[in-house]
Design a protein. Structure first.
Ligand code: SF4
Length: 230
């Protein structure tokens, strides 16, 4: 009997194969028996190898978060991005992406990655070179038309929601713009992963966040701890 989960898994496997075949297979050098589980958004394997051996057999990371810019249109209370750092030119960014080829997943992040001047060029460049491409965004710059444009270029989108409107606005601001962006992502049919940064002020908010994003068919809701970058 084919369940909804079976169908999702089959679709994920099909998506994996399509993406791998869409790029040069020789670039996928990392543990081809690792399967990316799209609904759960993590890697899994049926390999009998113990995890330590599996890790030792890798010649590079599976996944990397790549900051396109440190600039951002938000002012979250926990932001650790230092202001005033200039973004790099497109050619430099492309050269950096080239060095990462062979990893299975690239997560384009920031600052706010969509605020980077050459965001679309880098996204298309990454789509041609990686099996899994993820956008980590505050969602405020996503319009109906940009969501349509994003659909073939990303596997899923990460967005942070830190509470109901009042809580979120105290922590991150622009709640309505974020929810509008989430709605555009959902109507474009892009898988969505929602993150909540765990703070003293929002520790009871997870059910509000779940209620807000449930109609948007998000695939994953996760808590993240705040930690300083180093
Ligand atoms: S959205 Fe991210 S980069 Fe922008 S202010 Fe908030 S934490 Fe910092």
């Amino acid at each position: 009997m084919s369940t909804g989960i079976n169908r999702l898994e089959n679709q994920s496997a099909k998506n994996d194969t399509q993406h791998i075949s869409a790029i040069d297979r020789s670039l996928v050098v990392l543990l081809p028996d690792l399967h990316f589980d799209h609904p759960a958004q993590h890697f899994s394997t049926q390999s009998p190898m113990p995890p330590t051996e599996l890790i030792a057999s890798m010649n590079r990371p599976l996944s990397l978060t790549f900051q396109l810019t440190r600039g951002c249109n938000f002012k979250c209370v926990y932001c650790s991005e230092p202001p005033g750092i200039r973004s790099r030119p497109l050619a430099v960014m492309k050269a950096m992406v080239d060095k990462m080829v062979g990893m299975r997943r690239i997560i384009l992040s920031g600052g706010e990655p969509m605020a980077y001047k050459h965001f679309w060029e880098i996204l298309e460049y990454a789509r041609d070179r990686f099996e899994i491409v993820v956008l980590s965004t505050n969602a405020s710059l996503i319009t109906r038309s940009s969501a349509e444009r994003l659909r073939p270029l990303v596997d899923y989108i990460d967005v942070t929601v830190d509470g109901a409107r009042k809580q979120h606005d105290l922590i991150r601001g622009q709640y309505d713009a974020v929810v509008r962006g989430l709605a555009h992502i959902a109507s474009a049919g892009i898988p969505l992963s929602v993150i909540c940064v765990y703070l003293q002020g929002n520790r009871n908010a997870i059910h509000y966040i779940a209620q807000t994003v449930m109609p948007l068919e998000q695939r994953r809701l996760r808590y993240s701890l705040q930690f300083p970058k180093a």
